[in-house]
Design a protein around this ligand. Structure first.
Ligand code: NAP
Length: 292
């Protein structure tokens, strides 16, 4: 079994980006500027946003964190999005999801200028992704493809089972891995909570991707010998042995699955850091597109 070290691969990408930023600086060109909007005080969202801001600092991007109270109105948030769309100094921005229930996430996502939508959630970018046209790919699926590429994992003709059909992970990933390219050319099955005989379907997978948010859901009995396992799930579970009182657990029973598979991503340190690396790649791309 080979561990897919997302942390190491993402820092490789960060170094590549850092070099590009230095080159831009030396040529007197603009430095990418990413803005993250965070609403409320949910611990997980706060730590994701902090990690994104920290990555910007490490690479040499400018970054700005804009925070709103949980009670912020939809209109105030929309006005902020519109202002960022107009601000020429801002190359890309994200609104950290989930948003409080009184705010329509789709309305906010649709208000973002697709050319600054570095999370790749705008319908226009998802549509471009479907048609394989230029645009921003959603960060987590893009990071998974990058892991597959850098680990030189074969995908052509492989049976790929994705569990979870969210708009930000499973659904776009199913399109991307089904394309006639590399990574791609998989025969993709997109499974969800209504799927029958899930264990049997998983057992047939050469590449098994779990994106459901249920700790240790994928058991060794569901995994074919030699399969590639990508674990997207990140759930905080209580852990009194840790100072912070919790730890992150993936969707895959790592201890029992890792001995039988060929490649596996750990949680943490697998897909998570790659999501951030992809966001950074998209931000630089947003600036480069603007400068053309
Ligand atoms: P989500 O919106 O939470 O939806 C979960 C998906 O899993 C749904 O499609 C659901 O099916 C399916 N599902 C739930 N229980 C199932 C079961 N017992 N059997 C089969 N399918 C089941 O998905 P998400 O936003 O993609 O998040 C999934 C996980 O990935 C979470 O742990 C999240 O924290 C993590 N995540 C990690 C990253 C990262 O960077 N590492 C990024 C994004 C998400 P239905 O559609 O039928 O309800």
């Amino acid at each position: 079994m080979q561990l897919i070290d997302g942390k190491a691969i993402s820092s490789e990408i960060q170094k590549e980006l850092e070099a590009q930023v230095k080159e831009r600086k030396a040529q007197g060109k603009k430095i990418p500027h990413l803005v993250a909007i965070l609403v409320g005080n949910v611990g997980a969202s706060l730590s994701y946003v902090n990690a994104k801001v920290k990555a910007c600092e490490e690479i040499g991007f400018e970054s700005t964190l804009i925070r709103f109270e949980e009670s912020v109105t939809e209109e105030t948030l929309l006005n902020k999005v519109r202002a960022l769309n107009e601000d020429n100094n801002i190359d890309g921005f994200i609104v950290q999801l989930p948003l409080p229930k009184h705010i329509d996430e789709l309305k906010i996502t649709q208000a973002i200028d697709p050319l600054k939508d570095v999370d790749g959630f705008h319908p226009q970018n998802l549509g471009n992704m479907m048609l394989n046209l230029p645009g921003f790919l959603p960060a987590t699926p893009m990071g998974i493809l990058e892991l597959i590429k850098r680990m030189k994992i074969e995908t052509e003709g492989k049976n790929c089972v994705i569990i979870g059909r969210s708009n930000i992970v499973g659904m776009p990933l199913s399109v991307m891995l089904g394309r006639n390219t590399y990574p791609g050319n998989c025969t993709v099955t997109l499974a969800h909570s209504k799927t029958k005989n899930l264990a049997e379907i998983c057992k047939n997978a050469d590449i098994l991707i779990a994106a459901i948010g249920r700790p240790n859901f994928v058991k060794a009995a569901m995994v074919k010998k030699g399969a590639v396992i990508i674990d997207v799930g990140t759930t905080r579970v209580e852990d009194s042995s840790r100072e912070r009182g919790w730890r992150l657990v993936g969707d895959v029973d790592f201890e029992n699955v890792s001995p039988i598979c060929s490649f596996i991503t750990p949680v943490p340190g697998g897909v998570g850091p790659m999501t951030i690396a992809s966001l950074m790649m998209n931000t630089l791309k947003a600036l480069e597109l603007k400068s053309k």
